[in-house]
Design a protein around this ligand. Sequence first.
Ligand code: TXA
Ligand code: MG
Length: 307
Amino acid sequence: MSTPTVRLPADDGAIEEAARAILAGRPVAVPTETVYGLAADATNGEAVARIYQAKGRPSFNPLITHVPDLATAERYGLFDPATLALAETHWPGPLTLVVPLRPGGSIASIVTAGLPSIGLRVPAHPVMQALLRASGRPLAAPSANASGRISPTRAEHVLASLDGRIPLLLDAGPTERGIESTIIAATGGPLRLLRPGPVEVPEAQRAGSGQIEAPGMMSSHYAPIKPLRLDATQAQPGEWLIGFGPVPGRSTLSAGSDLVEAAANLFSALHEADESPCEAIAVAPVPADGLGAAINDRLRRAAADRG
Ligand code: TXA
Ligand code: MG
């Protein structure tokens, strides 16, 4: 994108405009009480892929999904009684809870990076709250800075690294907290502190060495179980080929060689191949420019993780 970013004071009209951009699949920078976030519709995989495109982030990470209230959070995640109590105490506020993903929900798989868990947060900032309600969508939002730059606590910080890379920035002055939310994992077993932040949860244990992790739940990355072969131009016997562009497959990341579409489809394509009757997975070559860097990073890790 080469047009300069439109920066608007976050009044009602600007929030309406931001909601329209969200519904059109475009990411918008918006203040929260911690840092400015780069928000996109969490039910639209291509919209979320455009967050990565704007940030120039060379790898995929699970993103925090922001929702207006606990009732909405329960549509996307599963809360046990202890976790529900934490949410009731600290929401709205700078606490993210990683909980099991509710099956059959509408969150795009790129948001959770294919994991069976989801990070949920009810932000307290009135502008983010207004955008959540005006758009009616759950919003995936990492910090609104280019990859490798410090987290933005003022609109100027957002523009310093993302000007011209995003259509719209809602300016509501400096953020109150200035550091990212506390992240607690509540996916079974004791609560675990994944990232310290403004909210203290004394009963959570620091995540790290020596902890027993439920397989597939707390590893921060989804990897397929089956062997994965890269840069395949045709399937070998027993392989499920995931195509791209001119290489057709049993499924395809993007028949039209569109990297935004490919990023949006990546994790669901891997899951589909993993769950198929085929014993191995092959993936067609994906160019390494732009979003392709993040796609190739994820594929290389998935291939290398095999025993
Ligand atoms: O204060 C904040 O949390 C800000 C504002 C914008 O809300 N957001 C933010 O997002 O810091 P981000 O993308 O920079 O941090 C997300 C963190 C990552 O470290 C990720 O690993 C973790 O949350 N996370 C999200 N979902 C997860 C999951 N299902 N399992 C494990 N970790 C998860
Ligand atoms: Mg960040």
